[in-house]
Design a protein around this ligand. Structure first.
Ligand code: PLP
Length: 398
């Protein structure tokens, strides 16, 4: 039996996952600072309001529509309208997840071996999504200088004849950095010059910590280049299990029309969104602020706690060997730690000696050592206890 080469992944567990498995098997508790499943972080949801809409009797009739049921697309258009962006429901295609949306867009734009430029560091799933769709994901750097920004010159020089799209994550996971108007203008220019599309992942867009007029409001209003804006309920409602996401198509009119016609065939081939979920979407989206306010409160108060612990320091040390990078929004924060050892060694030591799990930077493709990534979602008590252990261990070892 032979399998496709695109599935030839190294499947052996890595050192960190083996250590985690070993501790779990022995029943040793772990303070998990990688927890990013919002349904396990103690937020209050109105169960009745989430589950009752799934009983809509209209779901008993099959009404296939390649773009997804109109009522759900109108609710998505309403979501954007509340953010000051007017969309026609025809521009919106529903999918079961953002991951599926990526696959549709990659299939629409790229032939086998074509490439898509993606930020580095960023979301680890891109390489898998690229591989599964026979597309090469090529990194372009984000650089940190008191704040993250796109290295636009590096991005421009990365462009090559087989590049089909530039991908942005707004705000990026895990850097929490948004795309700014100046960066977007240059990216659109790069895309137009090379006949490449722009793909914008906005799943965390509602989780900004402060307002910033220079920040792009949404790529769903970018029309100078063919643009695909992706988002969905996994972060907007913190309900990844409900499986609803979407693609918004924008661009120069003729290009947009062609893209939509082709995307319609791809979507029609799968017809993947379930009717009960689509019918529940208008009521669900209307309640998003109830969960979003809890999450924003949690991530910001955890961030304040982190700053407080870092500011307090240790009596014997003038400056701590650990600090955090600036973050504008999202669910994560990044610690700068000494690169005297690898990030994976730090993560292994924190797990075995302090029972705290963190992600080493290389998980998100940081180009150098010296970074640990933490989720800001865990409940405040365990977050604080885990951080105390992380900071004192790094101080003691530096
Ligand atoms: C940047 C980013 N995009 C997309 C996703 C996945 O979204 P979905 O559950 O809709 O596939 C995630 C999940 O963490 C993410 O971090």
């Amino acid at each position: 039996m032979r399998f496709s080469s695109r599935t030839g992944w190294p499947l052996d567990p890595n050192r960190l996952s083996e250590l985690v498995r070993d501790r779990r098997e022995r029943g040793v508790p772990i303070l998990d600072l990688t927890e990013s499943n919002p349904t396990r972080c103690g937020f209050t949801i109105d169960a009745e309001e989430i589950l009752a809409p799934l009983g809509d009797r209209r779901a008993l009739t099959y009404q296939p529509d390649p773009r997804g049921l109109l009522t759900a697309r109108e609710a998505v258009a309403q979501y954007y309208s509340e953010r000051g962006i007017q969309l026609n429901p025809d521009q919106i295609f529903l999918t079961t997840s953002t991951s599926e949306a990526y696959s549709f867009v990659f299939r629409l734009l790229a032939n086998p071996g074509d490439s898509i430029l993606a930020p580095q560091p960023s979301y680890p799933l891109f390489d898998f999504l690229g591989g599964l769709n026979d597309v090469q994901i090529l990194p372009y750097p984000l650089v940190y200088d008191g704040g993250w920004q796109v290295d636009l010159d590096a991005l421009a020089s990365r462009r090559e004849s087989r590049c089909r799209a530039v991908l942005v994550v707004h705000p990026n996971n895990p850097t929490g950095s948004y795309v700014h108007e100046r960066e977007l203008a240059r990216m659109v220019e790069i895309c137009c010059r090379s006949q490449a599309a722009l793909i914008a992942d906005e799943v965390f867009a509602d989780y900004a910590f402060t307002a910033d007029p220079d920040r792009v409001r949404s790529h769903a209003q970018t029309s100078a280049a063919l643009t695909f804006t992706l988002s969905g309920l996994s972060k907007i409602l913190a309900l990844p299990q409900m499986k609803l996401a979407w693609i918004v198509v924008n661009g120069p009119p003729e290009l947009q029309k062609n893209a939509q016609a082709r995307l319609e065939v791809i979507a029609d081939t799968y017809l993947s969104v379930s009717a009960p979920v689509a019918l529940a979407t208008p009521r669900w989206l209307a309640q998003r602020r109830a969960i979003q306010s809890q999450i924003l409160e949690r991530v910001q108060s955890n961030l304040r706690k982190l700053d407080e612990l870092l500011a307090r320091g240790l009596p014997a040390q003038a400056a701590l060997p650990v600090s955090r990078l600036k973050v504008e929004g999202g669910w994560y924060t990044i610690l700068r730690v000494p690169s005297t050892r690898s990030d994976e060694d730090w993560a292994a030591e924190l797990l075995t000696q302090e029972s705290v799990l963190v992600h080493p930077g290389h998980f998100y493709d940081f180009p150098s050592e010296g970074f640990l990534v933490l989720s800001l979602l865990p409940p405040p008590g365990s977050f604080e206890e885990a951080l105390r252990r992380v900071i004192s261990r790094i101080c003691a070892q530096s």
